[in-house]
Design a protein around this ligand. Structure first.
Ligand SMILES: NC(=O)c1ccc[n+]([C@@H]2O[C@H](COP(=O)([O-])OP(=O)(O)OC[C@H]3O[C@@H](n4cnc5c(N)ncnc54)[C@H](O)[C@@H]3O)[C@@H](O)[C@H]2O)c1
Length: 241
C-alpha cells in the first residue's frame, strides 16, 4: 500500500499503543513518520511535550527547516484519569485538560502554517467519550468533547484554503494497550473490568491499535479528500445503541 507515499506526518504520543501503530502504518504506506513523545530515543525521533508551546515552536520550526512543509498531523498524545465529578480534584482536571485539549489545540495551531503551504490533514484522537458521557471519567470526557468540537472549528477554517487543510476526529472505544490496562488496574478486579469493557461492546472485544491506525492512515490520505470536520467512531458498535 502506498496511500501516504512521501507524505510527511508528525505524530504525538508515538510511544503509546495508538501513536506507535500510526507511525508504523504511515511508514508501511510509504510516508515519512516523525514520531514524537515526551522523550526521544527507542523509535521516537523528537521529544515533544504537547503541553509546551515552546516545544511545538521548536519542533515545527525544525520540520520547516528540514522538509519545508508538513502533510499531516496526528494528535495521539493523551491521558485518562478515572474519577467522577465528585472524585476529581481541580489539579487532576487541569492536568487532563492540559494534555488532551491544550495539547491538541497547540498541535493544530503550530502545525497549521506548515500544513497550509500545500494542503494537508489533521487527525485528532478524540474518543467515544467525546460523543457520549461517562460518569467515571469526568475530566477525560470533557477533554474529548473539546477535542471533537475543536476539530470541527479547525476543519471549517482549513476548508477556506486551496488546497484545503482537512481535520477529522477519531473516536475509539476501548483499545488494547497501556491506557486500558491503567483504567482496569484502578478497579477492584482488573481482569473482570477488562471483560466488562469488552462485554459492553456489541462486537464483544476490545479494539486493536492497528485498526485505529488503519482508519487514521485513510483519513490522512488523499482517498479521504472529501472528508473533513467529522467524528468517526471506531467502537465495535458501542455508540450505535
Ligand atoms: N486506548 C484507548 O482505549 C483509547 C480509547 C479512546 C481514545 N483514546 C485516545 O487515543 C490516544 C492514544 O491512546 P493510547 O491508547 O495510545 O494511549 P497510551 O497511554 O498507550 O499512549 C499515550 C502516549 O501519550 C504520551 N503522552 C502523555 N502525556 C504527554 C505529553 N504531555 N506530551 C507528549 N506525549 C504525552 C505518553 O507518553 C504515551 O506514549 C489518546 O489521546 C487517548 O485518549 C484511547
Amino acid at each position: 500500500m502506498a496511500g501516504l507515499k512521501d507524505k510527511i506526518i508528525l505524530i504525538t504520543g508515538a510511544a503509546g499503543a495508538i501513536g506507535g501503530a500510526v507511525a508504523a502504518a504511515v511508514q508501511a504506506q510509504g510516508g515519512i513518520a516523525i514520531a514524537s513523545d515526551l522523550k526521544a530515543g527507542s523509535g521516537i525521533d523528537v521529544a515533544l511535550d504537547v503541553t509546551s508551546e515552546q516545544d511545538w515552536q521548536r519542533v515545527t520550526a525544525d520540520i520547516m527547516q528540514k522538509h519545508g512543509r508538513l502533510d499531516g498531523l496526528v494528535n495521539a498524545a493523551g491521558i485518562a484519569v478515572v474519577g467522577t465529578i465528585e472524585k476529581t480534584d481541580f489539579a487532576t482536571w487541569w492536568r487532563v485538560l492540559s494534555i488532551n485539549l491544550d495539547g491538541t489545540f497547540l498541535g493544530c495551531k503550530y502545525s497549521f502554517p506548515l500544513l497550509r503551504k500545500q494542503g494537508g490533514a489533521i487527525v485528532n484522537l478524540s474518543s467515544v467519550l467525546g460523543l457520549v458521557g461517562s460518569a467515571g471519567l469526568a475530566a477525560y470526557s470533557a477533554s474529548k468533547g473539546g477535542v471533537s468540537l475543536l476539530t470541527k472549528s479547525v476543519a471549517l477554517n482549513g476548508a477556506r484554503y486551496k488546497p484545503p487543510v482537512r481535520a477529522n476526529a477519531i473516536c475509539p472505544a476501548f483499545i488494547d494497550g497501556a491506557m486500558v490496562d491503567e483504567i482496569a488496574a484502578g478497579a477492584r478486579d482488573p481482569q473482570k473490568a477488562r471483560e466488562n469493557f469488552a462485554g459492553d461492546i456489541p462486537l464483544a472485544r476490545l479494539g486493536r491499535p492497528e485498526e485505529v491506525a488503519g482508519l487514521c492512515a485513510y483519513l490522512l490520505s488523499d482517498a479521504a479528500a472529501f472528508i473533513t470536520g467529522v467524528d468517526v467512531p471506531i467502537d465495535g458498535g458501542l455508540t450505535a445503541r
